[in-house]
Design a protein around this ligand. Structure first.
Ligand SMILES: Cc1ncc(COP(=O)(O)O)c(C=O)c1O
Length: 448
């Protein structure tokens, strides 16, 4: 059919003319995607792409996982919607599952429609619970696109949107490849150690005015930065010392992405509030989570919960969450993420032998990245921080080349994130590495 949804050029035109796309200039005509299965998706010309991003790092079980699709269909047949205050089998089942898979004494979950709303609610609850106002957040962070979440966010989208919730104080990131305080060695860096930097900020800000520290356990969008061992423990101890809550945002890093249910499990650190979304149900239906400790949950028996949403605990979302978590348990998906992740980092290290532009390979599980440089000695970044347009030409050329070769990649500044579905096969992983190998020739041409 011409001039309707079945005509790809009509889809492109309507997209360009009437659809507003996230975080970009409008009017572009995208590739029209016809379908997907597992780690692959394809366009209306039948060209196939290997999804090395899991779309927005949410499609953890790949496209069209049959168990999740079946659960959504079954729930749609049974009951599409029931208000958040009513009892619902799938909502209770998902809340109980969350208690099982989250660490320590995290016990009770509020369900939202995504990561931003979960972070908003976490911050509001932290202020309500502590009676304090300030929130310490980091520069290299993305916490979502609603007013409060964007104010917590440090990446440049924060400026674009002029986000300005009062009370946000910024802290630097434990970026060991480029120690932020100028120390050559991360072991000497007060920021990479955690407590010394936080203590200094608290000295100026007054710890009694700080409700919470919010961190992405592993920084996702803003460069995939894995904290050094000891960092999170040190932040946790400092928070304990002053009665400050620790909120860990695991919207990207959680639900098996790093080979464990949550990234904080790698360091045995338990936050007071854990925020999730994305991988909980592979993004098939919008869903976010905010899980609180027993202490906060008990306190909430006497003090009203400061938040609510029409779609809190939506049955279709909860059904898909239950199915996805059970599928990950039945199919040993976390083991696969750990094994394929180790293989991926070995392969990336091998590529680094031949590609001088690879400055660093880093990551955990299938949450990996390569940081590209113009020179390994000076570590000059291949493109500047948050580069756009011409300044980002080398990165854009790589993305285009890879896409033409059938590999879907994305980048932030000079970092390529490599986050395929957690159930990717070894064969597909190696196909992606092969295309990446050729793609990196473009970066090597910029090497000095
Ligand atoms: C760490 C982190 N937090 C929060 C969000 C926001 O989630 P959502 O887009 O579902 O609101 C994102 C989205 O990419 C994220 O990566």
């Amino acid at each position: 059919m011409k001039n309707g949804p079945h005509d790809p050029s009509w889809v492109q035109d309507m997209h360009a003319q009437h659809y507003l796309q996230s975080w970009s200039k409008q009017g572009s005509k995208p590739r029209v995607i016809a379908g997907g299965k597992g780690s692959w998706f394809w366009d209306t010309d039948g060209k196939r792409y290997l999804d090395f991003q899991s779309q927005l790092v949410n499609l953890s079980l790949g496209h069209q996982h049959p168990k999740i699709v079946a659960a959504i269909k079954a729930q749609a047949d049974k009951l599409c919607y029931i208000g958040p205050g009513m009892g619902s089998d799938v909502r209770s089942e998902l809340a109980a599952l969350m208690k099982d898979i989250t660490p320590g004494d995290l016990t009770s979950t509020f369900f939202t429609t995504g990561g931003a709303a979960a972070n908003e609610t976490a911050v509001r609850l932290a202020r309500h619970y502590t009676g304090r106002h300030k929130i310490i957040a980091r520069y290299r962070s993305y916490h979502g696109a609603t007013g409060g979440a964007l104010s917590l966010t440090g990446d440049p989208r924060h400026h674009l949107a002029r986000a300005d919730m009062p009370g946000v104080v910024r802290m630097l990131d434990p970026y060991t490849y480029r120690p932020p305080s100028g120390h050559a060695n991360p072991d000497d860096c007060p920021v990479c150690q955690g407590a010394p930097h936080l203590e200094e900020i608290l000295m100026y800000e007054d710890p009694n005015s700080v409700a919470a520290v919010i961190l992405e356990t592993i920084v996702g969008t803003n460069g995939l930065i894995v904290p050094p061992d000891g960092y999170l423990q040190s932040i946790r101890e400092t928070c304990n010392k002053y009665g400050i809550l620790l909120i860990l945002d695991e919207v990207m890093a959680g639900f098996g992405r790093t080979g464990k249910w949550f990234a904080c499990d790698h360091w045995d650190v338990v936050p007071d509030i854990l925020v999730g979304a994305k991988g909980i149900n592979s993004g098939y239906v919008p869903l976010g989570t905010m899980t609180v400790s027993t202490t906060i949950a008990d306190w909430l028996k006497d003090y009203s919960f400061p938040g609510g949403l029409t779609y809190a605990g939506h049955p279709l979302a909860c059904a898909s969450g239950v199915a996805a978590i059970r599928a990950m348990q039945e199919e040993h998906t976390l083991d696969n993420a750990e094994q394929m992740g180790a293989l991926m980092r070995d392969e990336l290290a091998r590529l680094a032998d031949n590609h001088p532009s690879i400055g660093e390979v880093r990551g955990l599980g299938l949450f990996n990245a390569i940081e590209l440089v113009r020179n390994r000695e000076t570590r000059e970044a291949l493109v500047p921080f948050a580069a756009k347009n011409n300044a980002a030409a080398a990165m854009q050329a790589m993305m285009k080349y890879a896409m033409d070769e059938g590999l879907y990649l994305s980048f932030f500044s000079n970092v390529i994130r490599l986050t395929p579905p957690l159930n990717i096969s070894e064969e597909d992983l190696m196909t992606g590495i092969d295309i990446l190998d050729r793609t990196l020739d473009i970066a090597d041409r910029e090497y000095r």
